[in-house]
Design a protein around this ligand. Structure first.
Ligand code: ADP
Length: 320
């Protein structure tokens, strides 16, 4: 049976200045070039899924400002159903201010705005209107309040949907959150952060730096409760991804070799494609193979959303 992808996540507008060098404290550096991009992990993941041709519904929040109107239309233009995207009065849309120098080094400051104001109480009614059922896949990232993420995972699980949690950024998370997900998708740094935070809280040493050992410890029951339901998928950049399940053998999926020009958005492309594969009824391993290809294709263009592959591009990369 095939289902839909429901993304619960963040929406940002990215304001970028590319210049010769980054300013220091109190300094003004003139002469840069300005760009504006639509971003936020949630929005990017929804676009990644929609380009692959699955029905995608988005649940999130923007503010009642011009950026909110633009962010909504940008998602709509990609075919994402935005009926679950609320506009919060008197709140600003999430904005990221990004300065990039000629070597690609950056300084980023984020005002989460409406994303930080998305309350847990909005989740059950929004998912209720969507009417989740078995076969649907819910994908949620951590650029929302933790209580809201937890509620999304709980409601979707109860409705029988498969739940995918991208623990990015991996801050403020414990087993009451990631233990409620069927599948989690940390990158190597996020996996380390999840383990370090648990170790700090429990006073027990963190599992080894080996991603397989670390992932396995998040699957088993720990001092703070049950682990991830089915699988931990660790993304390893140009080394591909690792699938670690409760019962099966660990499977290393190699990356596709590409000329990477900008790795921003690779993780979002991976998560969006993984959700689509699972919603199409494919196995975890088969879905990860497609996600690895989508992540690689996303690195071949500058920008996050701009680089998300279409279904045809993904099929070509998989057969090539
Ligand atoms: P994030 O963007 O969240 O840090 P990763 O860097 O691990 O996540 O990238 C996600 C996926 O994108 C990887 O698992 C891999 O499949 C693909 N990918 C990322 N960078 C490259 C690269 N340089 N070459 C090929 N594939 C890549």
């Amino acid at each position: 049976m095939s289902g839909r992808v429901i993304v619960v996540g963040s929406v940002n507008v990215d304001l970028v200045i590319r210049g010769e060098r980054l300013p220091t404290h109190g300094e003004t550096v003139a002469g840069g070039a300005f760009e504006r991009h639509h971003g936020g992990k949630g929005g990017n993941q929804a676009v990644a899924s929609a380009r692959l041709g699955r029905p995608v519904l988005f649940v999130g929040a923007v503010g009642d400002d011009p950026f909110g109107i633009e962010a909504r239309s940008a998602l709509q233009a990609e075919g994402v159903d935005v009926s679950g995207l609320v506009t919060l009065e008197g709140t600003a849309t999430g904005v990221a201010l990004i300065l990039v120098d000629r070597r690609g080094e950056n300084l980023i400051s984020v005002a989460s705005g409406a994303n930080a104001a998305l309350e847990p109480a909005t989740i059950a009614p929004a998912l209720g209107r969507i009417g989740l059922h078995a076969g649907d896949v819910l994908l949620v990232c951590n650029e929302l309040p933790t209580a809201t993420v937890r509620e999304a995972l709980r409601v979707a699980h109860e409705a029988g949907a498969l739940t995918l949690f991208n623990p990015a950024p991996a801050v403020g998370l414990d087993r009451t959150v990631f233990g409620a997900a069927d599948v989690i998708t940390p990158n190597r740094g996020e996996l380390r952060d999840l383990l370090a935070e648990e170790s700090r809280r429990t006073g027990r040493p963190a599992a080894s730096d080996d991603p397989e050992v670390g992932a396995r410890s998040l699957l088993s029951t720990g001092p703070e409760g049950q682990g991830v339901g089915q699988a931990v998928v660790v993304t390893l950049g140009s080394s591909g991804a690792l699938l670690v399940t409760r019962d099966g053998p660990t499977i290393a999926v190699p990356a596709i070799k590409v000329e990477a020009v900008d790795t921003t958005g690779a993780g979002d492309a991976f998560n969006g494609a993984l959700a689509v594969g699972l919603a199409e009824g494919r196995s975890l391993e088969a879905s990860i193979r497609r996600a690895v290809a989508a992540g690689a294709l996303a690195t071949m263009k500058v920008g996050a959303r701009e680089g998300m592959p279409t279904g045809a591009e993904l099929e070509a990369a998989l057969s090539g």
